[in-house]
Design a protein around this ligand. Structure first.
Ligand code: ADP
Ligand code: MG
Length: 322
């Protein structure tokens, strides 16, 4: 049976921050990303695509805010689900086209995915993830009245921003549906934006205003699907030690224990490279073959061992047997 790869697309695979984020601009970037993914699919792998949604959900929240006198604003969980549909649709369009160009005929389907988190997760007591628009000092009291937690993250007239919790993903509710689709041969898009976070309440799932890290959700999905590989695609070709400093060194490969050590030493900051390395570690520790962190451009080369940073169970030249 062909190997399964979970491919996590970072923000730059979906939107160029230098553009105004119009739908035409989004399509242009997504088209390029899908050409790369189609090349991987054409090599015979079973693929699940996950993706971020930061800028998209940010824009949607601005629309809620600006139109609140006309239509009731939608909460964050609903906005998250909307961006899964938005990006899933655009990915379906562009991936269909890219696959056809390579003569591959496979269905592509998006699953709106809920991901369970623990309502007692300590992250709920310490929100860290900035989302949505920036606010002025004048707007602050009304927002805080609404229950928003604001943090001063910028400078100038609009320095305030809402922060929400980023709890750990525990369970993928739509796992069975994703698996069933994969078994039919479909390319599946799931866990967009890290999934819509839900908590269990009296035996039912309830959406919460939080954001799950998409790299950690991808690692959980890859584990649950027993995927062989996890491919984390971002905007750097390799993971570095002393990133951005004169001592910077880029790494070809890392064992799980080395990765854990460097993470503890602070080489990989939370909110950017940290969750990617953590996701790779979790995936390998759960039985995955290998994880790669690389750029979209180098994705194909990384799978052939010619680019990217490979994280595996190999330590001191020894492959640990599992
Ligand atoms: P994505 O949208 O793909 O999740 P992020 O911005 O969250 O992207 O994370 C990728 C970024 O992490 C890179 O653009 C890079 O600037 C930054 N980064 C931080 N530390 C490192 C490191 N040690 N090695 C490589 N990149 C790093
Ligand atoms: Mg990120």
């Amino acid at each position: 049976m062909s190997k399964t790869i979970v491919i996590a697309l970072g923000g730059n695979a979906l939107l160029d921050p230098k553009t105004n984020g119009s739908v035409a601009e989004q399509i242009r970037i997504i088209e390029r990303s899908c050409e790369k993914i189609a090349q991987i699919i054409a090599r015979g792998y079973r693929i699940v695509i996950t993706h971020g949604n930061g800028p998209q959900v940010g824009n949607l929240l601005i629309q809620q805010e600006e139109a609140k006198e006309l239509v009731p604003p939608l909460p964050l969980d609903v906005c998250g689900a909307m961006t899964q549909g938005q990006l899933g649709y655009l990915l379906q369009q562009e991936l269909d086209e890219a696959l056809q160009a390579l003569g591959v005929r496979l269905p592509v389907a998006t699953v709106i995915t809920r991901v369970a988190v623990d309502s007692q997760d300590p992250a709920f007591r310490r929100p860290t993830k900035p989302i949505g628009p920036f606010y002025s000092e004048r707007e602050r009291p009304a927002l805080e009245q609404k229950g928003y937690i604001l943090e001063k993250v910028g400078k100038g007239a609009r320095p305030w921003r809402r922060v929400v919790a980023s709890p750990d993903p525990k369970e993928i509710i739509e796992l069975g549906a994703i698996r069933a689709l994969l078994e039919t041969g479909a390319v599946v898009i799931a866990c967009g934006g890290g999934g819509v976070p839900v908590v269990c309440e009296d035996g039912n799932w309830r959406g919460v205003e939080a954001v799950i890290d998409k790299d950690l959700a991808s690692a959980l999905l890859a584990k649950e699907l027993r995927a062989e590989m996890l491919l984390l695609l971002t905007d750097v070709e390799r993971v570095a030690l002393h990133f951005g400093s004169p001592q910077e060194v880029f790494l070809d490969r890392l064992s799980v224990s080395e990765a854990r050590g460097y993470l503890l030493e602070g080489h990989f900051p939370p909110g950017s490279m940290g969750p990617k390395v953590e996701a790779a570690i979790r995936f390998i520790e759960s039985g995955g073959e290998c994880a790669y962190i690389t750029s979209l451009e180098k994705a194909v080369e990384a799978l052939e061992g010619r680019a990217g940073t490979e994280i595996s169970a190999i330590h001191l030249g020894q492959r640990i047997k599992r």
